[in-house]
Design a protein around this ligand. Structure first.
Ligand code: PBG
Length: 344
């Protein structure tokens, strides 16, 4: 009477579909779910990128609502507040005025440039904070490229020479970790040798190992005013269609002395994160880039997604894919949500 064939009755005459495994038992309460949870994001996994400029005001970035170019004082406040929430690591990106930009990007190793000054300010006020610097010429290049340009080509080895000067300048100012994002061949070894020969054996290298020529960097280039002056970055950044190529880069970077390997962008490249995790025992970082941030923001501003839930889910998925470290513009906000919810 109303029962279908598959159903049986148990000893209490209740409907029963006979089966041993019921995966839902491990999901039956918050306590059980948290006991069996495989991956948890904590604020100490995050690196917060900070845009800085040499002005005494903050400049909002239209394509990244909620982010701004900070004055150095404001940057310092942001570091302090984030540190209180458990975010301990920061990466600096300078917006450089046009008059300081050149093909060789000499401003990249000016000891009184904005990045060395910012590093010194942070390390003085918060000695426990970890400062990461981006290594590439693009913020300083009048060509809008990561390297030195000659006849429309990006010169690999000449660029590395400039990057080594940049790294030594950053290390002298107190950088804890340098992060080459330029994708020149052989730069990790050259940077390691340069650091070591100047006595900076403790400065770490977080290499942008698998960095793709991605359309998701648009808002970042708005923030730094660093759109390529001509062409694109496809002769040095990887083709989004290629996965195995990342393993070549990972093999080279680890042999050359990288301490951590990064995949960038994040969400569309979770397979690459997993491949590098399986390939290398080094810590793996994922960069949740500006365009990914902008997409989430836009949808949430329209009321189409729940920002808190979608961000915490996204960050957890990076960990599940294999990321130990996550660079995200949401670092401070996510740390706040995690704290409010007592999520760990
Ligand atoms: C440049 C650099 C880029 C980003 C980090 N370092 C942009 C680019 O390669 O053009 C992008 C970060 C983001 O989009 O959030 N060396």
């Amino acid at each position: 009477e109303g029962d279908y064939g598959a159903l049986q009755r148990n000893n209490n005459d209740e409907v029963w579909v006979s089966q041993r495994a019921r995966p839902r038992r491990n999901r039956k309460s918050p306590a059980i779910r948290s006991m069996v949870r495989e991956n948890i994001v904590t604020p100490s996994n995050f690196i917060l990128p900070l845009f800085i400029h040499d002005e005494d005001f903050n400049q909002p970035i239209d394509s990244m609502p909620g982010c701004e170019r900070h004055s150095l004082d404001s940057m310092l406040r942001e570091v302090g507040e984030s540190f209180e929430l458990g975010v301990k690591t920061f990466v600096l990106f300078p917006k450089v005025p046009d008059e300081l930009k050149t093909n060789y990007g000499e401003e990249a190793y000016n000891p009184e440039g904005i990045v060395p000054r910012a590093i010194r300010m942070i390390k003085e006020a918060h000695p426990e904070a970890i400062v990461v610097t981006d290594v590439a010429l693009d913020p300083y290049s009048d060509q809008g490229h990561d390297g030195v340009v000659e006849n429309g080509k990006i010169l690999n080895d000449v660029t590395i020479n400039q990057l080594c000067k940049q790294v030594i300048c950053q290390a002298r100012a107190g950088a804890d970790i340098v992060a080459p994002s330029d994708m020149m061949d052989g730069r990790v070894k050259a940077i390691r040798d340069a650091l070591d020969s100047e006595g900076f054996t403790d400065v770490s290298i977080l290499s942008y190992t698998a960095k793709y020529a991605s359309a998701y960097y648009g808002p970042f280039r708005d923030a730094l005013d660093s759109h390529p002056g001509f062409g694109d970055k496809k002769t040095y950044q990887q083709d989004p269609a290629n996965g195995r190529e990342s393993l070549i880069e990972a093999a080279l970077d680890s042999a050359e002395g990288a301490d951590m390997l990064m995949v960038k962008p994040g969400m569309p490249y979770l397979d690459i994160i997993r491949r590098l995790k399986d390939y290398s025992p080094l810590p793996i970082a994922a960069y949740h880039v500006s365009g990914e941030y902008a997409m989430i923001k836009a949808a949430c501003q329209n009321g189409w997604l729940n920002e808190r839930d979608v961000v915490l889910e996204t960050l957890t998925c990076f960990k599940r894919a294999g990321a130990d470290i996550i660079l995200t513009y949401y670092a401070k906000q996510a740390a706040q949500w995690i704290k409010e919810d007592g999520l760990y």
